[in-house]
Design a protein around this ligand. Structure first.
Ligand code: DC
Length: 227
């Protein structure tokens, strides 16, 4: 691995359920980089809107909520925590309702602007593996490694369904699949920072890969770029 005094940034973008966070977390541990899950930031904003009774589809109302909001990230035992006005909301942001709210508020340009600096600052002082939708295109356009991780929508829905069932949630595969199709559409068709691979991103489709295979493929890519 190249020795450098500058922090290294690995940007991983892709649709929901592609395995970005699972793979990125393992890789970050192996490489001793900080893992930054930027989806958690949009989830924190979406969660707050739901909690405050703000309509998640009303861009002006969502925007009006921002001045009184502080979102920050922390790490506890190597796990990322997300805080809203100092309160740890990490435990509340993984429900299907918050997924929908996060996707809706993430289409509001002022929300993206609001979270932009926080994301960029994370990469200024530490080597990071950052995952999201616009990391390689907008947040860290100079990242040394850019990967666009994807898988078929059916495979992604099945993975997300298994995850939710394991957490004891009462969901059906059909509902998870239709939510995912809708979120994919909204995330890739929005006007501001839509989900799309950066021109210099490497495309990795993990539909036929186990988790171990996906991690190994990604690690090889990172090493290839940094050696
Ligand atoms: O990765 P995730 O499923 O936790 O993300 C939740 C939502 O946040 C997703 O629907 C799109 C949005 N998001 C985004 O627009 N940009 C990012 N960098 C990360 C997430």
């Amino acid at each position: 691995m190249k020795t450098t005094t500058h922090p290294i940034a690995v940007a991983i973008d892709g649709p929901s359920g592609a395995g970005k966070s699972t793979v990125a977390k393992i890789l970050a541990k192996e490489l001793q980089f900080i893992y930054v899950d930027t989806g958690a930031l949009y989830r924190a904003v979406g969660y707050t809107a739901l909690k405050q009774g703000v309509s998640i589809y009303d861009a002006a109302a969502v925007e009006a909520m921002l001045p009184s909001l502080t979102v920050s990230l922390g790490y506890e035992n190597g796990e990322q925590r997300v805080y809203v006005n100092g309160d740890d909301v990490t435990a509340f942001i993984r429900t299907p309702e918050v997924s929908e709210a996060a996707s809706a508020v993430s289409a509001v340009p002022s929300v993206r602007q609001f979270l932009f600096e926080l994301q960029q600052n994370m990469a200024k002082t530490s080597s990071v593996i950052m995952d999201g939708r616009d990391i390689g295109t907008v947040v860290l356009p100079d990242a040394q490694v850019k990967i666009f991780l994807t898988a078929s929508v059916e495979v992604r829905a099945k993975r997300r369904f298994d995850e939710l069932i394991e957490k004891g949630m009462d969901v059906t595969y059909e509902d998870v699949l239709s939510d995912m199709i809708q979120r994919d559409k909204r995330d890739s068709e929005r006007a501001t920072a839509p989900l799309k691979p950066a021109e210099d991103a490497v495309l990795v489709d993990t539909s036929d890969n186990t988790l171990e295979e996906a991690v190994a493929r990604m690690r090889a890519l990172v090493e290839e770029k940094l050696v």
